[in-house]
Design a protein around this ligand. Structure first.
Ligand SMILES: Nc1ncnc2c1ncn2[C@@H]1O[C@H](COP(=O)(O)OP(=O)(O)OP(=O)(O)O)[C@@H](O)[C@H]1O
Length: 286
């Protein structure tokens, strides 16, 4: 009789047999509570090398909280996160070396220039001096930062600051990029520039998980989309799969379809309101 095989081991063996790239991020059973608020309610996510996965959902769905837990910024209430096989809770420093995180509220040091900020973070990541200087020059060139790389961050425009933030996330060439709304508040040109730089990172084999509210960007960029609502995954798949599941023609309509379906099923599961109360409620707000 053969010995029982661990499910994660057999999944990896299957993936290898099918020639699929290795899973860089593996998160299972993630729950995050803030007091009585359950922001994340049992989410599983896998992202493979060379893959862009989009985390989409309405405001308050739990996207930022999920990304912060995955990046090791917040401890999960329950669940497990592994990056390149390293458990984030057990070996946080080693795991964080493998992650580049762009948070929605990243603040650059106002008096330092982008080059100085990158030098500072490169040292924190223990990058060797020559490699760090070479890497900074590559990023300044690729992210077209030459014009402002020596200016204090406090004097930069929103788009320039976001390029510097992106450079910071890409700096140590991490296996996994976790990007919270990377094109938020950017104009179409700057947004497209950032999207193209994310595509370059994918082509270099990085695993990328990002959140966005821009449906056209998700359609263009993401290999898979994970849709969350009230802290749970309500559907996931390629764009083609989501359109097939919903019978819709574009991601915006598929998104609305899935969220509305959840709201309808939540309403039908709610306890019935007695007729007299319903009649009282109908008069409110007029
Ligand atoms: N530190 C916190 N303390 C208490 N509640 C929090 C905290 N952070 C988030 N929440 C709550 O958790 C839920 C999920 O918030 P989160 O910011 O993760 O959503 P989101 O999907 O990123 O929303 P948005 O699209 O608006 O950025 C919300 O109800 C929010 O109020």
């Amino acid at each position: 009789m053969s010995a029982p095989v661990d499910a994660s081991v057999s999944a990896s063996v299957e993936a290898l047999a099918e020639g699929a790239p290795a899973a860089v991020l593996e998160a299972t059973g993630l729950v995050k509570r803030f007091g009585k608020v359950t922001a994340v309610n049992g989410i599983d996510i896998t992202v493979r090398a060379g893959e862009v996965v989009g985390l989409l959902g309405p405001n308050g769905a739990g996207k930022t909280t999920t990304l912060r837990v995955l990046a090791g910024i917040l401890p999960p209430t329950e669940g497990r996160v592994r990056v390149g096989g390293v458990d984030v809770a057990e070996r946080p420093l080693e795991a964080k070396q493998r992650i580049g995180f762009l948070s929605g509220d990243t603040q650059l040091y106002q008096r330092l220039s982008p080059r100085e900020v990158l030098r500072y973070f490169g040292r924190l990541y223990s990058m060797e001096a020559d490699r760090l200087e070479r890497r900074i020059e590559v990023l300044v060139r690729d992210l077209e930062m030459t014009e402002f790389a020596a200016r204090p961050c406090g004097t930069l425009s929103t788009g320039q600051r976001q390029r510097a933030n992106i450079a910071r996330a890409f700096l140590h060439e991490p296996e996994l990029l976790i990007l919270d709304e990377p094109t938020n508040a950017l104009d179409v040109l700057s947004g497209r520039f950032i999207v193209e730089s994310i595509r370059r990172e994918r082509a270099a084999g990085r695993a990328i998980l990002l959140s966005t509210h821009v449906m056209s960007e998700a359609e263009y960029l993401c290999d898979r989309i994970v849709l969350v609502h009230e802290g749970r995954v309500i559907d996931q798949g390629t764009l083609a799969e989501l359109l097939e599941h919903t019978g819709e023609k574009n991601l915006t309509d598929a998104f609305l379809h899935l969220v509305e379906r959840c709201q309808v099923s939540a309403a039908s599961a709610a306890p019935a309101v007695p007729q007299s109360k319903a009649a009282e409620g109908a008069g409110e707000g007029r």
